[in-house]
Design a protein around this ligand. Structure first.
Ligand code: GLA
Length: 371
């Protein structure tokens, strides 16, 4: 869980912006709810390496340097994330919107040591090139996995194999290579862009790609449905809630992409939902599996460490409908169950029937206990 600069700020980042965001993570209470990584995405680097081949911060944007930024984040009880690319160029460099060609190719061990020396706790490693087979990607991503391990510093390893490339994210279980791996092209703040897996992806589109990959999730290795769009407009409140609920039950990283210095109360209610955070972060580390899907009504269930099961009743259609399942269909046996609604905290009991009236694009989540 954390925050990333890209969705709201793109290339327009600086150390003062990142520090303000860190302060807001603390002051808003988000850090204490578990959002701990602050990830500096593309465009933090100088356009050239130094004479020894070391990466350098862009001195006008990060005049105090990356080590000082890491120290600041650690002083706030946060963790430090940074972006790099495995080939010659970062994504912004590839598109020509940022100068240089400072990718890690041929510098993997050196860059990993540099990140460790700066106090980095999370590396986002972004392919962003049409070239290379999936086997090339596996080998190249593994090279940085090993380089990070060799530093001796625990660094969460986040990869993306899909940008400007054939969409290899869903083609294998990347848990042998990384801690989290993107399943799709980039997200945008829309419910449905009509894409199967292409740029840009809406919430419904990402869910469609990622649900079938449920068996890959385990503690320390998760499908990454991309940085969140909650609080960035483009969707109504029901859709924003659904977005959070689905990311939570799919056990995706919860990486905020909004400006946390200025969140309205609806956004805060969504992002601070402790029932959903607990379901997402459950130590069993499972992703919800699909119980049923008739095209409109989709039911997903996630088994939890204490024996409870979280169930999402998701309405993919354009008007309110009743979505139903049963305790036995979600893997609970017994004769009496308690349902706790993750949005309202209301509890109810049932002998097995589980259903709710769900608005268009809405998701009702129950935590089901007993049996
Ligand atoms: C790619 C990634 C994004 C972001 C940008 C940065 O598009 O998928 O998440 O990191 O690159 O340039």
């Amino acid at each position: 869980m954390g925050w990333n600069s890209w969705n709201t700020f793109g290339c327009n980042i600086s150390e003062s912006l990142i520090k303000q965001m860190a302060d807001a993570m603390v002051n808003s209470g988000l850090r204490d709810l578990g959002y701990q990584y602050v990830v500096v995405d593309d465009c933090w680097m100088n356009s050239t390496r130094d004479s020894s081949g070391n990466l350098q911060a862009n001195a006008s944007r990060f005049p105090s340097g990356m080590k000082a930024l890491g120290d600041y984040l650690h002083g706030k009880g946060l963790k430090f994330g940074i972006y790099q690319a495995p080939l010659d160029k970062t994504c912004a460099q590839y598109f020509g919107s940022y100068a240089g060609a400072t990718g890690a190719q041929g510098h993997e061990a050196q860059d990993a040591r540099q990140f460790a020396a700066w106090g980095v706790d999370y590396l986002k490693y972004d392919w962003c090139s049409p070239s290379g087979t999936i086997d090339d990607q596996v080998r190249t991503f593994a090279k940085m996995r090993d380089a990070l391990a060799a530093t001796g510093r625990p660094i969460l390893y986040s990869i993306n194999s899909n940008s400007i490339h054939s969409k290899t994210g869903p083609q294998r279980n990347w848990g042998d290579v990384a801690n989290i791996w993107r399943t799709t092209e980039d997200i945008t703040n829309k419910w449905d862009t009509g894409q199967t897996n292409g740029y840009p992806m809406g919430i419904q589109n990402i869910v469609n790609v990622t649900v079938p990959l449920a068996s890959y999730a385990r503690p320390g290795a998760f499908n990454d449905t991309d940085m969140m769009e909650v609080g960035r407009g483009g969707m109504n409140d029901t859709e924003m809630r659904s977005h959070m609920a689905l990311w939570a039950i799919l056990a995706s990283p919860l990486i905020l992409g909004n400006d946390v210095r200025s969140m309205d109360s609806a956004t805060q209610t969504i992002l601070k939902n402790q029932n959903l955070i607990a379901i997402n972060q459950d130590t069993l580390g499972l992703q919800a599996t699909q119980v049923s899907n008739d095209g409109t009504r989709r039911v997903l269930a996630k088994r939890l460490a204490n024996g409870d099961v979280a169930v999402a009743l998701f309405n993919q259609g354009g008007s309110t409908t009743t979505v139903s399942t049963t305790a036995s269909a979600i893997g609970k046996s017994g004769s009496s169950f308690t349902l706790k609604d993750a949005w309202t905290n209301a509890t109810s009991t049932t002998t097995g029937a589980i259903s709710a009236s769900v608005p268009a694009h809405g998701t009702v989540v129950y935590r089901v206990s007993g049996g």
